[in-house]
Design a protein around this ligand. Sequence first.
Ligand code: SF4
Length: 350
Amino acid sequence: MTRTAKSSGSFVLVRDLVKEYRLPRTGWRAARPTIRAVDGIDLDLGAGETLGLVGESGSGKSTVARLLVGLVEPTSGQVRMHGHDLMHLRGGELRAHRRNVQMVFQDPYSSFDPTARLVDSIAEPLRTHLGSSKPEQDARVADLLRLVGLDAGYRYRYPNQLSGGQLQRAAIARALAIEPDLVVLDEPVSALDVSTQAQVINLLRDLQARLSTSYLFIAHDLSVVEHVSHRVGVMYLGRIVESGPTEEVYERPVHPYTSALLDAVPVPDPVVQRRRRRLKLAGDTAGGTRPSGCRFRNRCPFAMAICAEVDPAPYVTQAGVTVRCHLHEHGPKLAGRSVRTLTGTGTASS
Ligand code: SF4
């Protein structure tokens, strides 16, 4: 079941965000080449809303997460929160804004100090940002553990005394300790077994309903993203190639890459699975090579002459989906209709 897009104004606005990395020299006299891990992305996130970010490994999803929490500096672009451009804040002002954004990592064991009791790890943001006393920290951590469905007594345990699912709940408690406006979740359930995944997903949804926290939810598993996200963005080699309300994107994908990703998700019925017509992708993103024009053209079954020459500009459909693909104005001129109308794949084609 998908979640309906919320319509509140955006408190996080990302515009034309770029992150370049310099690579090692290929020769003695050669200049150091650069690669754009994130190449001019825009994001809008409202209060209490979840934006899902999907794509294959190497698409730049995790770099976006690190940019938003300030673990890496952008090369250019804007990140605005509550109207303030974080690129122009310094010192105390920047720290005050940074505390509004917390992160949950994929592997809960490596995100905790194995030699520290949970109470000390979870209370760390309370000490750093609020200067809470020891008794205040202890009481708050007990409350936080109860909030995420754990026994308050667990605060005196060490990370290796908890299961992966329990420790990820503790990581969520730590992220919520100072009541941030935004939590960035980078593959938060992919290290967990399926039943624990469902519990953590339900916990996140429940907490959002109670606290109105916004989530940027990053995952390669499209089914998981569908269940938590109000809106979704599909990344390919540093770009968001399709974004919009989750239900619209999942039911009527307008970019061939989105359609192929969705078609790769297996359905539970083996008979239906065998009969499905699917849009399959050739190759992968290994090496991150970007061809001229559309960066997806080497793998796209619909590539046209213009795709080799012109980088597609954003096209906004009537359903509010933004897509970067020439098929909407050239060739079959889909004008916002799903690419499934070209292939007969999937079930929806309006
Ligand atoms: Fe395929 Fe061309 Fe669309 Fe790129 S712009 S996704 S190559 S049809």
